[in-house]
Design a protein around this ligand. Structure first.
Ligand code: HEC
Ligand code: HEC
Length: 361
């Protein structure tokens, strides 16, 4: 009897010290909990890729990775450096700066309801899925400027991450951690960033009421009840106040379609008529995401509305709705009412949700 105990003790000792089993994780249970998204009734269902089902453990791992500076070359930045929860996951800069303090040419995008974006991520729609997108910032020289191979080496020997990858993805050994798993986890976290509890939602649920000015702004925005047509609702449609499509909303006057400073969608489709077109982003939480447009050129919502009210700048492919906005000669009061309506899209329960905040704090 004694002999057996001694022998099995030796065996465990041997297994634990076996260099081949370094990073072994099989004594940690793999039993992921399915994560059910709570999607507001006014929203469509979200498409979840079959090869990346949502689990509580996956979402939590993704949240850690999203906030972890381990992803950057010099340990100074994480995804959240440019996507701050208090600002609906954008930053306060016109264009975002990466680890080397080099400014990119575009403005960070809000991540509220990003799981519902269907026709391509980024201002130009170049990235198809959140899983594909999440791989990019780590190696982007003007973002985290790191190498995934280096990130993965650090994750494999980390005190906490091997266990988290085990619980989320069932790996048997820390050496099995891949960048694709990290990207899947980040994507799972991003899909939970659902914002559908703004004042406007409460109004539609009959739990709140517009003020008179907000209501006038709403009517202008959607050309409702015989109000003058400020055209906004054609491109910023409910329930996200966005389009998954690309437009030239008249920001720049160019004589030739090749002259846009940023060719936007045209680079992706290689059609010159798409030059200078960008995705019409969601206006939910827009009050929190200044400055505005793909290059952050407008500091305030008042400036944005002023831009539209002027009918925009002419280019061959300007969307025909834009010049028409000038025709209704929005008064100072009406412009103010549109801004007041836009502020009813702010969802404070979203930006204050503890589940979305930095887990290291
Ligand atoms: C240096 C700042 C910076 C960092 C760091 C950063 N981003 Fe971004 N993010 C941006 C900018 C700028 C854009 C828009 C880029 C474009 O359209 O070309 C963007 C766009 C996105 C989008 C597209 C949103 C949409 O609606 O299409 C997602 C998703 C995203 N980032 C997630 C992440 C994740 C995940 C990380 C970390 C792995 C990260 N970002 C790190 C600045 C940053
Ligand atoms: C023809 C389609 C179209 C119409 C009409 C339109 N927009 Fe836009 N909107 C866009 C596009 C496209 C962008 C992004 C453009 C860019 O960044 O280059 C945008 C951007 C915005 C932004 C900034 C978003 C951000 O995250 O920076 C606001 C605010 C906005 N629009 C409000 C309005 C309002 C208010 C109206 C009506 C007065 C309106 N829009 C009419 C297409 C449209």
């Amino acid at each position: 009897m004694k002999k057996v105990v001694f022998f099995s003790f030796l065996l465990t000792f041997f297994v634990a010290c076996n260099p081949d089993d370094k990073g072994g994780l099989t004594d940690i249970p793999y039993n992921p909990t399915p994560y059910t998204l709570s999607i507001p009734s006014q929203f469509p269902q979200m498409d979840i890729p079959a090869d990346n089902p949502m689990t509580t453990e996956g979402v939590e791992l993704g949240r850690f990775l999203f906030y972890d500076k381990i992803l950057s070359s010099n340990g100074t930045m994480s995804c959240a450096s440019c996507h701050l929860p208090a600002l609906s996951f954008t930053d306060a800069n016109a264009t975002s700066k990466g680890v080397d303090n080099i400014a990119g040419r575009r403005s960070s995008m809000a991540l509220e309801n990003v799981g519902f974006v269907t026709k391509g991520l980024f201002w130009d729609g170049r990235s198809k899925t959140l899983e594909e997108q999440a791989l990019l910032p780590v190696e982007d020289p003007i973002e985290l400027h790191n190498k995934w191979t280096q990130v993965i080496e650090k994750l494999k020997v980390h005190a906490d991450y091997p266990t988290r990858f085990r619980k989320a993805f069932g790996i048997k050994n820390a050496s099995e951690i891949t960048k694709e798993m990290a990207a899947k986890a980040i994507a799972q976290f991003e899909r939970t960033l659902i914002s559908g509890n703004a004042k406007v939602d409460k109004i539609f649920r009959r739990e709140a009421e517009f003020t008179d000015d907000e209501y006038s702004g709403y009517l202008l925005f959607f050309n409702a009840a015989g109000a003058p047509d400020a055209q906004c609702g054609h491109c910023h449609t409910t329930p996200f106040y966005n389009s998954n499509d690309f437009f030239n909303n008249g920001l720049d006057s160019v004589a030739n379609l090749a002259d846009f400073k940023d060719l936007g969608r045209g680079v992706i489709t290689k059609r010159s008529l798409d030059n200078g077109k960008f995705r019409a982003p969601s206006l939910r939480n827009i009050e929190l995401t200044a400055p505005y447009m793909h290059d952050g050129r407008f500091k305030t919502l008042e400036e944005v509305v002023e831009h539209y009210a002027s009918g925009g700048h002419y280019a061959e492919n300007i969307d025909p709705f834009i010049p028409q906005i000038k025709d209704i000669r929005l008064t100072t009061k009406q412009k103010r009412q549109i801004v007041l309506f836009l502020k009813t899209l702010t969802d404070t329960s979203f930006v204050n949700n503890p589940a979305f905040k930095d887990p290291f704090n």
